[in-house]
Write a protein that binds this ligand. Structure first.
Ligand code: X8Z
Ligand code: ZN
Length: 690
């Protein structure tokens, strides 16, 4: 019997022949078209039971494939694997062409939301794409793909045939487009008035603060009441998004059921090809939780002391949850804005990267150039001219535009862009490296077949740039950039200050991310009805994050919509999985770069930078190039040598900080944790209608 490897080579050979006889320029062969992943050292297929189930026998393949009322296809068992390969090649070209057009239209409308023409043009292309997807589904469905020997080909077929909106009837599809368009529009264009200390009504022209302005105001103010105002005003401003959400959920569930999933929660989680993803995430949260609770207890004490002079009306208690606005962030997602309140050793030189950037005359462009330079230093390609020409890196004055930072792949293998309303802050410096991570992932897998040009799983995509941001954040690298004074050391009290600042961006968001996605999972799975949406939201936030709303909320409010990823239906668990991966990648790449040695205290993990290491860069690139052509465990193994998520690297990274916090909280006899549903907080809105 011919081995799988030989069959694969035969398939590759036949494929090469097919390419050679095709003279169409646009069908030029590309290096990684459907090349399967072979392990870099053994050059063998990985033996994986689950993600690579063995091919089925023809007798095991269903004769008909059905999706919805309008897609019904008879499988043709006589079609061969070679013919299937030819089909994939043809479809790739058409698919990319249409996605390209649609993405350009999406970009145009996202960066000019007031333009009706651009909105119409975009929705026309969305409809065209749906029609094309249906066509592609029909053309692919006739192949008995489950019987094919080549696992990569099977993955490409599965990607076309499983999990799409195309099964929806036209009318419902249109309704879905309308609801999601409206939700995104409300989110991006909602504005509020500035806070007025003296009680004078601001004029209408002043009432133009958008979400990103509010985030900035909230992070800058130290006035208890002003913070509260901004928090409440934004929560009230997006309430109307809730009108469309219940129907949106119904349609997502229709899509899921048409794709043979029990509900939309299962449908979304299936992208991870991981059993019990939610349980796995909770298990990992449990490992990180002791660190989070220590941070929470420490911050609560410091905040209580800080706001003692101001009327906080007993809202910051000794053992309760923290009202969100005092964290100076709408969601309690990042606490870096309260670093100066929390700093463990204030006598040491201040870490203020934003101020240093201002001092050095940084511009948005310079921040991006630094990012580009870092990626180049590890051997990644330089950003192309198109990137610089097409990206929008500053808010365009007077333009209604979406401002949440995003990285775009225009699917023509050469156009990649970022849209970001960059501010000269440390956080945006990190976000730039984060977004560039997406761009480099796109560039690395650009040669792949479109169906396999994606992250190994959606969490991978979010982890690449943050891995680089970790190196950028090291004392040694910041000093190299001139953003941190030479007085800083990488150990002792200096390291505690540095690690705390890091944890305020990279640890405190874990329970926030999990509570957001758990809320959506519960809603999608039908466990929570619309009348309980808002109450459930706050119960989860309280339970996982130990926070309370900064103002009374009602069941008729829709507070989940305050965060971009709900109205825009962007998956959020990705950031949780990414977090775990980021620490795993960072640790492994630092070992490759010889910048971290667990046995050498002079080279701690938190101070490692892989800047300039071509070896680490190559290892990283090898993983990125796979795209989604192989199960994520294969990709993970290339960099880390292990095949599973692992919370150990996070715990190792923060070990000195954790030990310091435990001692510090014990010294003040601080309660660690928070009472469930503190009596001082009014939760009555949960139980009764307004
Ligand atoms: O949405 C993002 C990126 C775009 S993928 C800016 N992030 C999450 C958020 O802002 O909530 C990065 C961190 C988490
Ligand atoms: Zn991202």
């Amino acid at each position: 019997m011919m081995g799988e490897y030989n069959l694969l080579m035969l398939a590759v050979f036949l494929f090469a022949v097919l390419i050679c006889v095709n003279s169409d320029v646009d069908h030029q062969p590309v290096n990684f078209y459907l090349e399967p992943y072979l392990h870099p050292t053994t050059k063998q297929w990985k033996q994986l039971e689950k993600p690579y189930p063995t091919p089925r026998k023809p007798s095991q393949v269903k004769k008909f494939r059905v999706m919805g009322d309008h897609l019904n296809i008879t499988v043709d068992l006589s079609l061969t694997e070679t013919e299937a390969l030819k089909f994939l090649q043809d479809i790739d070209h058409e698919d990319r062409e249409l996605i390209h057009k649609k993405t350009v239209a999406a970009w145009d409308q996202d960066t000019d939301m007031a333009s009706k023409e651009k909105r119409i043009a975009y929705f026309e292309l969305v409809e065209k794409r749906t029609a094309f997807n249906r066509e592609m589904w029909k053309r692919a469905a006739i192949y008995p793909w489950e019987t094919f020997r080549n696992r990569t080909i099977r993955r490409a077929f599965k990607s076309i045939l499983v999990g799409g909106n195309e099964a929806l009837p036209d009318k419902t599809q249109q309704e879905l487009n309308e609801i999601s368009g409206k939700m995104s529009y409300i989110y991006s264009t909602a504005t509020i008035c500035p806070y007025n200390k003296d009680g004078v009504q601001p004029s209408k022209e002043d009432c133009t603060l958008t979400q990103s302005d509010i985030e900035a105001k909230l992070s800058e103010t130290d006035d208890y009441k002003e913070g509260k105002y901004y928090w409440k005003a934004w929560h009230d401003a997006v309430r109307d998004i809730g009108k469309g959400y219940p129907r949106f959920v119904e349609i997502l569930n229709e899509v899921a059921i048409l794709n043979d999933y029990p509900d939309a929660q299962e449908y979304y989680m299936s992208q991870y090809e991981t059993d019990f993803l939610n349980l796995r995430a909770h298990e990992i949260m449990g490992r990180i939780f002791p660190l989070y609770e220590q941070l929470h207890a420490y911050a609560r004490r410091k905040l209580r002391e800080h706001f003692e002079g101001q009327e906080h009306e007993g809202e910051i208690t000794v053992d309760g949850a923290i009202p969100l606005h005092v964290l100076k962030n709408l969601y309690g997602q990042r606490w870096d804005a309260i670093y100066d309140i929390l700093v463990p050793y204030p006598e040491l030189p201040r870490i203020d990267i934003g101020a240093e950037m201002e001092r050095l005359g940084y511009t948005q462009k310079k921040m991006f150039e630094d990012g580009d330079q870092f990626y180049q230093s590890i051997g990644f390609d330089k950003l192309r001219k198109e990137f610089w020409d097409d990206s929008i890196i500053e808010r365009i004055p007077g333009r209604e535009m979406a401002c949440h930072a995003t990285a775009w792949d225009l699917s023509d293998r050469k156009s990649f862009r970022i849209r970001m309303c960059t501010q000269i802050t440390m956080n945006d410096y990190r976000t730039i490296h984060h977004e560039l991570g997406h761009i480099h992932y796109y560039m690395q897998y650009a040669d792949r077949h479109k169906q396999l040009a994606a992250g190994a799983n959606p969490g991978f995509h979010e982890a690449i740039g943050d891995t680089i941001a970790f190196s950028v954040n090291s004392v040694s690298h910041l000093q190299k950039l001139g953003l941190l004074s030479k007085e800083h050391k990488n150990h002792g009290k200096h390291a505690i200050n540095q690690l705390l600042l890091h944890a305020l961006s990279f640890v405190v968001d874990t329970p926030w991310v999990l509570s957001l996605e758990q809320w959506r999972w519960d809603v999608l799975a039908g466990k929570i009805l619309p009348k309980d949406y808002n109450c459930h939201w706050w119960k989860l936030r309280h339970h996982f994050q130990g926070v309370t709303p900064s103002a009374k909320r009602k069941p008729t409010d829709f507070d989940p919509a305050t965060k971009y990823h709900i109205p825009n239906d962007a998956q959020y668990i990705n950031y949780f999985i990414a977090k775990i991966l980021t620490f795993q990648f960072h640790e492994a790449l630092c070992i490759t770069a010889k910048q971290y040695d667990p046995d050498d205290p002079s080279k701690p993990l938190h101070d490692c930078s892989i800047y300039g290491s071509k070896e680490a860069g190559k290892q990283f690139a090898d993983m990125l190039r796979i795209g989604s052509s192989a199960p994520w465990q294969d990709a993970l193994e290339i960099v880390t040598g292990v095949r599973d998520l692992n919370a150990e690297p996070i715990l190792d990274y923060y070990k000195p900080l954790y030990e310091w916090l435990v001692k510090e909280n014990a010294k003040y006899n601080e309660t660690v944790g928070w009472q469930n549903l503190h009596p001082d907080v009014d939760y009555s809105f949960c139980e009764k209608e307004d």
